[in-house]
Write a protein that binds this ligand. Structure first.
Ligand SMILES: C[S@@+](CC[C@H](N)C(=O)[O-])C[C@H]1O[C@@H](n2cnc3c(N)ncnc32)[C@H](O)[C@@H]1O
Length: 360
């Protein structure tokens, strides 16, 4: 591929988190993602110890975190990886230098990320902006790829769901949650294409035998998204947008054309996509406990959702909608069964550890 082509991809350059360090920022509203990462830490340590080839340490060990956002979760993740790699190379003649690349979409708040980097630190840091659905590094240069709670982001909204003439037209909803099979299929097809692009790009960038750890948001096999807390929260958000359209505050057509670019695969879907790609051995795939499920709090749930979705809402509806939308969401959420009924907390998150095949 042509160097620098990465930034052309997708209509997703604005699909980033709320930046800065304010009350609605991702920095202050990413406890869920942090808990997930922490629950994968020990597995990452063990798997590096088992699967990293300690025979001949490289001079420079290159790690990339894909979809890093503004930290500190990404920083914590790479430090955990470096710790395990150092232990593995402890008895070798030389210890490599560590070069860490933080990747996110070009609109992401890299300033805040770099301000939060520890100083001093035991690695060199660089930004690598662009879509992770494209190749971002030269061939066979990465030793370790990491990606946490980012792969559910599609590179674009499936075209069919905004096409009035398609059976997958998703009017009055903002997601496949609660929608018919055609809508779900359109999302699932887009996810399959995006995962194939992601896996192929990483297989090109990783050295033979290179490792990849991924935390994926998903649902267990057989669980429909509308029976999960995430699906319900999206239904509520969609109904708030419809209420605002009825009240004449936003245009109904804008609501019909608004869809969230998220897809939550099941473990069997994920396995099938990785196997179909054929570049990796799956060394581990395990469910991670859903964090924050014990005492869901309407204010916290709304803030987390807002930190992730606000930029998308503003991009589509313009300024002036976000405050009222999330105030309405909070009020409806207070009355929703999600807060009291355990059955809605079924989303399962997966930890996946892959080893790139030696010969491709
Ligand atoms: C929920 S955040 C997770 C951030 C971080 N990994 C963590 O665990 O806290 C998802 C991140 O993925 C980024 N992202 C989404 N699509 C992307 C793409 N195609 N390429 C690079 N980053 C992407 C978003 O901008 C966002 O910062």
């Amino acid at each position: 591929m042509v160097q620098g082509e990465s930034n052309k991809s997708a209509n997703s350059s604005k699909h980033h988190m709320v930046g800065g360090e304010g009350p609605h920022s991702y920095l202050r509203n990413s406890e869920y993602q942090k808990q997930l990462l922490l629950s994968a830490d020990d597995s990452i340590q063990d798997l590096i110890s088992h699967h990293l080839d300690a025979g001949n340490p490289p001079r420079t060990f290159r790690i990339a975190d894909f979809g890093c956002s503004v930290g500190p979760n990404a920083i914590q993740a790479v430090e955990n990886i470096i710790k395990a790699v150092k232990i593995k190379f402890e008895n070798s003649r030389s210890t490599p230098d560590f070069h860490v690349f933080f990747n996110d979409l070009i609109g992401s708040d890299f300033d805040t990320l770099f301000k939060n980097l520890p100083s001093p630190r035991n690695y060199f840091a660089a930004a690598s902006p662009g879509s992770f659905h494209t190749q971002l590094f030269p061939k066979s240069t990465l030793n370790f790829a990491h990606c946490s709670t980012a792969l559910h982001w599609l590179s674009r909204i499936p075209v069919e769901v905004t096409d009035r003439s398609s059976p997958a037209w998703n009017a009055g909803r903002i997601h496949y949650s609660g929608a018919g099979q055609a809508v779900r299929q359109a999302y699932s097809d887009q996810y399959a294409a995006d995962m194939e692009a992601f896996l192929t790009a990483r297989a090109t960038e990783l050295v033979p035998g290179g490792l990849m750890a991924v935390v994926v948001l998903g649902f267990p096999d057989g669980v429909v998204s509308s029976d999960s807390s995430i699906g319900k929260a999206f239904d509520i958000l969609g109904s708030c947008l419809c209420d605002m359209a009825r009240a004449g505050k936003i245009d109904e057509e804008r609501v019909d054309s608004f869809n969230l670019p998220f897809y939550y695969p099941s473990p069997s879907e994920l396995t099938a996509l990785i196997e179909a790609n054929g570049s990796y051995r799956i060394e581990k795939m395990a469910a991670l406990a859903a964090p924050m499920r014990r005492r869901p709090d309407a204010a916290v749930l709304t803030s987390h959702l807002r930190a992730v979705i606000e930029v998308l809402v503003e991009e589509h509806f313009g300024n002036g909608v976000v405050e009222e939308l999330f105030a309405r969401h909070y009020e409806k959420l207070l009355k929703s069964p999600i807060l009291v009924d355990e059955k809605f907390w079924k989303e399962t998150n997966y930890f996946v550890f892959l080893k790139r095949e030696e010969d491709l």
